[in-house]
Design a protein. Structure first.
Length: 97
């Protein structure tokens, strides 16, 4: 088994949104915190919300958007969560992999 997992290549599209300055600052800071691009932070945050919002998922199903509900449900949880559980450390603990 490889120590570094293969990057999942997915089809990408550009979207432009105006956000509050404080939100942008938080995205930048979180990006630095986890060492990943800002677009990754935004993408994963949105997918997390979409997976966890039961009412939204029910709405998707009720509005014949089952394929979107399934796509959101199939997105894997962040790898940091799995790594933390595997070695007992937390990102704030300063343990680096």
């Amino acid at each position: 088994m490889a120590l570094i997992e293969k990057k999942l290549v997915t089809e990408r599209e550009t979207a432009s949104y105006k956000l509050d300055r404080s939100t942008i600052a938080l995205v930048r800071s979180y990006s630095q915190f986890i060492g990943s691009p800002q677009e990754h932070v935004v993408n994963e945050a949105l997918l997390y919300i979409f997976r966890k919002d039961r009412d939204f998922n029910e709405w998707l199903r009720a509005n014949d958007k089952v394929d979107l509900a399934l796509a959101a449900a199939e997105q894997p949880e962040g790898k940091r969560k799995g790594r933390r559980a595997a070695n007992g450390s937390s990102p704030a603990g300063g343990n680096k992999v």
